[in-house]
Design a protein. Structure first.
Length: 155
């Protein structure tokens, strides 16, 4: 078995945490899918005036989630939704179905994908990779209004 060559951690910035910014983003979804919110998060960081820090985003719902995924090829989003359909199918005989057949699978999908992400901020910009985008994942079939809280700490 070959071993990976692992380098040393390169210091990019250091210093005290001097400020914080708190924001809210509302996304009206048309139904299930991945909806990119990278530009809105980047604008929040830019308008905060903070140059270095950590941006945390938190989705305030149990049937929607957040993820960082490839934003170059839309087929990735299609395949991700197909995979989630296989992992948490709608017709699996769930006990909890008070809000419809898509409700319990939505809770399972949220548990799998998560309700928060953290992104480093460097030079006043999100330190995402070349093909990475930030997405709200709507797991319900019908339209919903989703609220995301953004918290930026840094200097």
């Amino acid at each position: 078995m070959s071993r990976a060559k692992i380098g040393r951690v390169e210091a990019i910035a250091s210093g005290p945490v001097a400020r914080q910014a708190l924001g809210r983003l509302v996304v009206d979804t048309p139904g299930q899918g991945l909806f990119e919110i990278t530009d809105e998060a980047a604008r929040f960081v830019l308008e905060s005036g903070l140059r270095e820090g950590l941006l945390t985003l938190f989705c305030r719902h149990t049937s929607a989630s957040l993820t960082i995924q490839e934003n170059a090829d839309p087929d990735v989003r299609t395949d991700l939704m197909t995979a989630l359909d296989r992992l948490a199918p709608r017709k699996a005989g769930y006990v909890h179905d008070a809000e419809g057949a898509d409700d319990m699978p939505a809770h399972i999908r949220t548990m799998l994908t998560g309700t928060s992400v953290a992104i480093p901020v460097a030079g006043g910009k999100l330190a995402l990779g070349t093909w990475q985008g930030l997405y709200l994942v709507e797991h319900r079939d019908r339209p919903h209004r989703r609220e995301i809280v953004l918290h930026l700490v840094g200097a």
